[in-house]
Write a protein that binds this ligand. Structure first.
Ligand code: PLP
Length: 372
């Protein structure tokens, strides 16, 4: 299989698997138990927490582990609404956010929050003038992602955070696709990340919280994570996340150069007839979302069974509905359905990517001939 679905998930790094193994096979103590073994597990979790914090790279806050970034985003939004000062019940977000943000915001709107979903420009970037016009003293929180999972487009998070703070509101950043790939922007009060997007295990995410901006707990119980997120932590998952975070930091310049070379090679191998969805300037280059007039993206994916790539987000692909992100760029249903996403990274080789792109291009041409 040629794996080109790095935005859906990434292969677990060998170093991560190795670091996790003792915590799966031998060291099974509960990290919250007072025994020597419990303390050992707790200490390993604290090292992992530090490493995740260092990978995020922001000052003045702390990291709480969660079961996923979806949970971290739910917690950030619902827990902030729970603690909202009187009179602040507006939530602002962006049309191209992940379902973990959009659906949570919709749910909160159903509970009485006043929700504004801002459109984006045709290149996927938010128009900051639109945001400024919306910001008033009733805004509680603004949620915007740093790197989009479907089109790789980046938003100016620090600038957005500055505007949000001037309005006295909080800023939540979904940095799931940014962590380990680009530098995390300064400014947000809450930052959600996930291990499986940085060559770590699935089933663990984290919320970075600026001191004083901690949301009210969503999950009650044993009082773990300073009473903010109850539930026994998994030392294996935490250690895996920590190892992946450290590796991401060590390898970032190398990974970035590698991805930029891959992007150039992929664009050249695909040849003419393709349009890149989203800004080519403001983007992470391990994500190449492209469309071609008349292409049936779903059929292409079904035909090329030994290449793993997708239509958009893993969730959007499953629903059969055209991607809400591509629709937000102004693409029609047909154009959205004629788009595919290629995601590559640390372990992708130039040869396999070029091979896959040539086959994708050849198949697309064959599809066109068949239609004609
Ligand atoms: N946000 C973005 C941008 C994502 O790409 C994803 C994963 O697809 C998530 C949130 C959810 O992350 P998790 O799989 O950890 O719940």
């Amino acid at each position: 299989m040629i794996y080109l679905d790095y935005q859906a998930t990434t292969p677990v790094a060998p170093e991560v698997g190795e670091a996790m193994l003792p915590w799966i096979e031998e060291k099974f103590a509960n990290p919250h138990s007072p025994s020597r073994w419990g303390h050992e597990a707790e200490a390993a979790i604290e090292v992992a927490r530090k490493r995740v914090g260092e990978a995020i790279g922001l000052k003045g806050g702390s990291v709480a582990f969660t079961g996923s970034a979806t949970e971290a985003l739910n917690w950030a939004l619902k827990g902030t609404v729970e603690k909202a000062p009187k009179g602040r019940n507006r939530i602002i977000t962006v049309a191209t956010e992940h379902a973990a943000v959009l659906d949570t915001c919709e749910w909160l709107a159903g509970q009485g929050a006043d929700l504004t979903v801002l459109p984006v420009q045709p290149d996927g970037r938010l128009d900051l003038d639109l945001l400024v016009r919306e910001l008033d003293d009733r805004v509680l929180i603004v949620a915007a992602m740093q790197v989009n999972n479907e089109i790789g487009v980046t938003q100016p998070i620090s600038e957005i955070a500055g505007m949000v703070h001037r309005a006295g509101a909080l800023m939540l950043c979904d940095a799931v696709q940014a962590l380990g790939r680009v530098e995390i922007c300064e400014g947000p009060d809450l930052v959600a990340v996930s291990a499986h997007k940085i060559h770590g295990p699935k089933g663990i995410g984290a919320l970075w919280m600026r001191k004083g901006a901690e949301p009210a707990p969503l999950i009650h119980g044993g009082g773990q994570e300073r009473g903010l997120r109850s539930g026994t932590l998994s030392p294996a998952l935490c250690v895996g996340f920590g190892a992946a975070a450290r590796l991401a930091g060590d390898r970032r310049p190398h990974d970035r150069d590698h991805v930029e070379r891959l992007w150039e090679a992929a664009v050249a191998a695909l040849g003419s007839g393709w349009t890149i969805n989203g800004s080519t300037r403001h983007r992470y280059k391990g994500n190449l979302n492209i469309r071609r007039e008349g292409l049936d993206g779903a059929r292409l994916i079904a035909d090329l069974r030994d290449i793993a790539f997708s239509l958009g987000s893993a969730c959007a692909s499953g629903s059969g509905r055209p991607s809400h992100v591509l629709r937000a760029l102004g693409l029609g249903d047909r154009q959205a359905r004629s788009s595919i996403r290629l995601g590559f990274g640390r372990y992708t080789t130039g040869e396999e990517l070029v091979d896959a792109c040539r086959r994708i291009a050849a198949h697309a041409t064959a599809q066109e001939k068949l239609e004609a």
